[in-house]
Design a binder for this molecule. Structure first.
Ligand SMILES: Cc1cc2nc3c(=O)[nH]c(=O)nc-3n(C[C@H](O)[C@H](O)[C@H](O)COP(=O)(O)OP(=O)(O)OC[C@H]3O[C@@H](n4cnc5c(N)ncnc54)[C@H](O)[C@@H]3O)c2cc1C
Length: 215
């Protein structure tokens, strides 16, 4: 399924790289938990990196109830970006250098998750989205921890993706030049997990840790 672009989400620069396919947009959001949230605070622009997770047609992010970013975003217009940086594209001219990436921009009004049970369900979903099977292994949340946490959601109604892949695109004449060109692929890789020095002896690394990956 694909959503029609709005005036705000219609990609103009390199519009051939625009994607509005819902499955692709979801796949990018699911592959990269880090996002940046753009908002205005006292008339000035801020872009704050944080974690996001998706449930159906919503993304969520959370933090301290004292967070300025969360307070400033509540019930107001925000722009959330998620980017997977896939490669450096090296052309035969400086001008044609580029990047390979999968990127999503979502716009809308951020809403606060109010009810206690909804908050707990969203937090469980965050943990389970990142680390399937972990929630039930954890010490249950304390009421004061739930109270100290703010969760914001954004419905994915106004969203664009932009994707570039493949080799450089050079001017026709430049292909004859003796200059190395190609792509340096980039990937975020999870290395072997490191035990907490205070870990109780004999505990094994759970599957959701050993199999964790990103991108
Ligand atoms: C890793 C990386 C490196 C990049 N490097 C450069 C660079 O060096 N120079 C450069 O000019 N651009 C770069 N881009 C592309 C950049 O994100 C913008 O698409 C570009 O600058 C055009 O911006 P604009 O406001 O003119 O876009 P417009 O086409 O006017 O934007 C209109 C609408 O298109 C959508 N849109 C635009 N860009 C994106 C995007 N990246 N992802 C999802 N939706 C989008 C949004 O909905 C936006 O509101 C890079 C992107 C990535 C992810």
């Amino acid at each position: 399924m694909s959503k029609s672009p709005t005036e705000r989400t219609r990609v103009k620069r390199m519009h051939e790289n625009a994607k509005y396919d819902t499955a692709l947009i979801h796949a990018i959001l699911d592959a990269q938990p880090m996002c940046t949230v753009g908002y205005s605070f006292k008339g000035l622009p801020y872009v704050t990196p944080t974690l996001q997770w998706r449930e159906g047609n919503h993304i969520y992010w959370h933090g301290s109830a004292a967070s300025r970013m969360l307070e400033a975003c509540e019930e107001t217009q925000v722009c959330v970006n998620v980017t997977i940086f896939d490669g450096m594209v090296m052309a035969r001219s400086a001008f044609e250098h580029s990047c390979n990436y999968r990127s999503v921009m979502a716009f809308g009004t951020a809403h606060k998750v109010i009810h206690r049970d909804d908050k707990e369900a969203r937090l469980k979903s965050m943990v389970e989205t990142l680390f399937p099977g972990r929630w039930d292994m954890l010490r249950p949340m304390k009421e004061k921890e739930l109270k100290a946490t703010t969760i914001l959601g954004l419905e994915l109604n106004e969203v664009s993706a932009k994707v570039r892949s493949g080799p450089p695109i050079d001017d026709t004449d430049d292909y004859a030049l003796p200059i190395w060109a190609g792509v340096i692929p980039l990937q975020t890789v999870a290395l072997q997990a490191v035990d907490d020095p205070r870990l109780i002896a004999g505990l094994v690394v759970p599957d959701h840790v050993a199999k964790f990956k990103i991108g």
